[in-house]
Design a protein around this ligand. Structure first.
Ligand code: 26V
Length: 821
């Protein structure tokens, strides 16, 4: 008790970081908590024991951060995302808690190799690609720059599928990341909410009920239970919470149904609830099975909004002050139904007048758009939306009538053009446009690179932008340099520290100091040696896993990302085929030895993407078995590309392939990771490549191809790929070889359709950009022959990429959108 008679709880004492003590704690953990004899412990046991010790420190800082957040009573950020592509957490947590060295030494004393046990930790792969990985980088950066933030998402039992390559084809297998338990998560049974679906809506009755107030009686209900994972920022200054929801049946033992003898009914209900959080949806899944996706979106939106509102009322009392205390960021439109859900909570549960609720809602939400691809813009058939969410459908209509009224009053829209603003797409079957709902319900709408933001204003949101010209803003993506430089590339990090000191660890912009070392030949040699060692490490890994033989002296040319036609892996493969052809025709020339690596997953239903994987493997088999190009060209597809594989491949890259059709890649973030690890970029003027060129200097990046404007113009003029192919002998030959079965003798027609698509329409402008790309590749070869010049350019890349730290991005969100820094 203290003097005021209050209970004083002991605060946890800071844990000293003595490797001997740490070793002792790890052994004690193993022995007394896990019941294992250290002498007989398996690597998995060591991993678990080490994570528990790291976790202890994270928890101390977590509790302190939570306390600080409560005391400050300021605004909190809520980052709603259907995807968090985290990868492994152990090294990240240990490094951010500044205990990585101590852990390594402690384990060495115990005869355990940190790298070996670290490799056993499964990737948390709760995302498809860039959007999910950005959410993970943002979580780490928010903790680092001291933003009190909660991430909200779904705890998928099966995250991103595991990709196997069988006879060159992609095979999808379930990823079972929770098999050995997840030591990073804490189940919070006290944080549970009911989420409803379907049923009926009646007017609310009572003396205090407003005209818009309704009573929703869902036909079906499930429980959302929270699982919290602590996310530690750099130097452990702040630890934020990632809260993922699991779906459970409302009555876990379904007593009523069981007692009534309806055992199958009980099972069906519990399966139905649990199915909600069983799998992550692939990025391009077909409309069939879409109902489950909308259920997932509403499930996690509703649970998160209920949690946010409950917390607000508990700490601040008055729900009307929500916008002052909560900033909710919608990561793409997947959580857009949250706009209608908050309206429902305000109007129906809190009895707030509709117009006031609308004002509160818009001041609370902001929305980030991550793609302009028309097929990726979410919309839901009105009948489905209405059946699943009858109350939300009414709210959408009510919002829409206000929105259209505002548009009409502005006098800017003819009756014929006002339809573009509507929340309902009336062309064909009626659909709810989630992008328009997110836009209308937010005070800020941002794109993820300067080019993408401009295109948003000109295309998808042109009309809404006219109505609300101040709403769209740009926040160019970034990546966390802790994971994507310090942890994945300790060799380069050590070299940079030797050269310019430790300042860049806390402020990525300080990497600038490295610029002058580009002219220091001794430094260049060391820089090249680090790259060479990283290439040797990747080669060793791929030799173990795939029996691949790669020469670390060759130029490592890497394209790793989701397989999609707009990303143009096909352009890269066709160019490789052309190069193969040229080497065979001119063996006497001095060719630059190249290793071309590909990695990435295709959505299971995406036919052409899967065919492109097969083509990469077919080309690899042919090229790698041809003695006439031995030592000059090698092609390898790396199966099951994921965050952990990226952490090995990116530090080993000489050349980074960022070759999307201009105007189609919203930003890209792999492009940034490669450049900061000293790869040169070959790329189009698309997404963040444009800004990378501005930062690293145009002499330090290889740009080719049509600009976004030129792509649009060519399409408008009526682009004829057949003519373009006719004029490029190299392209025509490569395409003939592929279509003619040179790489698929077992099935000569396999690629006929794929190649025919290039002749017929070539929507992604592979043919239009081929010659320019091929010339750019020869320019890369020429540069490679001057290793000193190559190193100089690569060093300039590392030195000038500091701006692309996600700390900078998050500071911009915090200042401009969330108004908290
Ligand atoms: C979704 C779909 C669904 C339907 C079929 C085609 C398709 C293609 C792409 C997508 C992805 C949509 C959202 C997304 O992941 N965007 C990515 O977000 C990253 C972070 O901002 C950004 O760097 C990437 O350029 C962008 O593609």
């Amino acid at each position: 008790m203290d003097l005021q008679g209050q209970t004083v709880l002991p605060t946890p004492t800071p844990r000293p970081l003595d490797p001997d003590l740490l070793a002792q704690q790890i052994v004690e953990r193993l022995t007394y908590r896990m019941g294992k004899n250290a002498a007989a412990a398996k690597p998995h046991d060591w991993l678990h024991a080490v994570i528990m010790e790291i976790r202890n420190r994270v928890i101390d800082a977590w509790i302190a951060s939570t306390k600080k957040t409560h005391e400050e009573k300021g605004r909190r950020v809520y980052y709603l995302s259907l995807e968090f592509l985290i990868g492994r957490l152990m090294r990240d947590a240990a490094s951010n808690m500044e205990m990585l060295d101590a852990v390594q030494v402690a384990l060495r004393k115990l005869g355990v190799d940190l790298d070996i046990i670290a490799a056993l930790e499964p990737d948390a792969a709760l995302g498809n690609g860039g959007l999910g990985r950005l959410a993970a980088c943002f979580m780490e950066s928010m903790a680092t720059v001291d933003v009190p933030a909660y991430g909200y998402g779904i705890r998928y039992v099966n995250g991103m599928f595991r990709q196997e390559i069988s006879d060159g084809w992609q095979v999808e297998l379930p990823e079972t990341w929770l098999t050995h338990g997840n030591p990073w998560e804490f189940e919070r049974r006290e944080a549970s909410y009911e989420v409803g679906f379907g049923g009926m809506v009646d007017p609310a009755e009572g003396p205090d009920c407003g005209p818009h107030q309704m009573r929703w009686r869902p036909g079906e209900r499930v429980i959302a239970t929270a699982y919290d994972t602590p996310i530690a920022g750099w130097r452990g200054e702040r630890v934020n919470t990632l809260r993922l929801w699991e779906a459970q049946p409302i009555d876990p033992i379904l007593l009523d149904k069981f007692n009534a003898g309806d055992h199958l009914g009980a099972l069906a209900e519990s399966n139905r609830a649990e199915a909600l959080t069983r799998v992550l949806y692939p990025a391009d899944s077909s409309p069939a099975g879409q109902e489950l996706r909308l259920r997932q979106e509403y499930f996690f939106s509703s649970a998160s909004l209920q949690d946010i509102v409950r917390r607000h009322v508990q700490y601040h009392g008055d729900i009307r002050t929500l916008p002052d205390k909560a900033a909710i960021q919608l990561n793409d439109t997947h959580p857009a139904v949250s706009v209608a859900e908050l309206m429902r909570l305000l109007v129906d549960d809190h009895g707030i007048d509709f117009d006031e609720a609308w004002d509160i809602t818009r001041r609370t939400f902001s929305y980030t758009n991550h793609t302009l691809l028309p097929e990726a813009l979410e919309s839901w058939p009105v009948p489905l939306f209405e059946r699943l969410l009858p109350r939300h459908m009414q709210i959408v209509y009510a919002i829409n009538s206000r929105l259209l009224g505002e548009a009409r009053r502005s006098g800017q829209f003819a009756d014929s053009s006002i339809g573009a603003i509507s929340l309902i797409d009336e062309g064909g079957d009626r659909r709810v446009r989630m992008g328009n709902l997110a836009f209308a319900g937010s005070h800020s709408v941002n794109g993820v690179s300067a080019l993408h933001t401009d295109l948003m204003k000109q295309t998808v949101f042109a009309d809404l932008h006219r109505l609300y010209p101040a709403r769209i803003n740009n926040k160019t993506n970034g990546v966390t340099f802790r994971r994507w430089l310090m942890q994945c590339n300790p060799g380069l990090t050590g070299l940079i520290r030797e050269a310019i000191g430790d300042g860049f660890l806390d402020d990525a912009e300080k990497l600038r100091d490295l610029d002058r070392f580009a002219d220091d030949s001794a430094f260049r040699e060391k820089f090249l040696a680090v790259k060479r060692a990283n290439k040797a490490a990747l080669s060793a890994l791929l030799r173990d896993r795939l029996n691949a033989r790669l020469d670390p002296a060759a130029l490592f040319d890497i394209q790793i990302k989701r397989i999609h036609e707009y990303k143009r892996q096909l352009l890269n493969i066709v160019e490789a085929v052309s190069l193969y052809d040229q080497i065979r025709s001119h063996p006497e020339k001095e060719w630059v030895p190249r290793v071309k690596l590909f990695g990435g997953k295709a959505a299971p239903s995406y036919h052409n993407a899967k065919l492109i994987i097969k083509l990469a493997n077919d080309v690899a088999r042919t090229v790698n078995h041809d003695p006439s190009v031995q030592g000059m060209l090698k092609v390898q597809f790396v199966p099951n590309y994921n965050v952990s594989m990226a952490e090995v491949m990116i530090p080993a890259a000489d050349l980074s392939e960022q070759i999307s059709t201009a105007g189609m890649e919203a930003s890209g973030t792999g492009n940034m990771k490669f450049a900061v690890n000293g790869a040169l970029t070959i790329g189009t003027l698309d997404g963040a490549n444009v800004e990378m060129r501005d930062h690293v200097g145009e002499e330090n990046i290889v740009i080719f191809g049509l600009t976004a404007q030129e792509v649009a113009d060519r399409r408008a003029q009526g682009y004829s790929p057949r003519d373009v192919i006719g004029e490029s002998r190299e392209l025509a030959q490569a395409l003939e070889a592929i279509a003619g079965g040179v790489f698929s003798p077992d099935d000569p027609d396999r690629y006929k359709g794929l190649v025919q698509g290039l002749y017929d329409h070539d929507w992604f402008m592979v043919a239009a950009d081929f010659d320019s790309y091929s010339a750019a590749q020869r320019q890369v070869d020429a540069l490679w022959l001057d290793q000193q010049l190559w190193a100089k350019k690569a060093i300039h890349n590392v030195a000038r990429m500091g701006w692309f730290s996600s700390d900078r991005t998050i500071r911009e969100y915090a200042t401009d959108i969330w108004k908290i820094l």
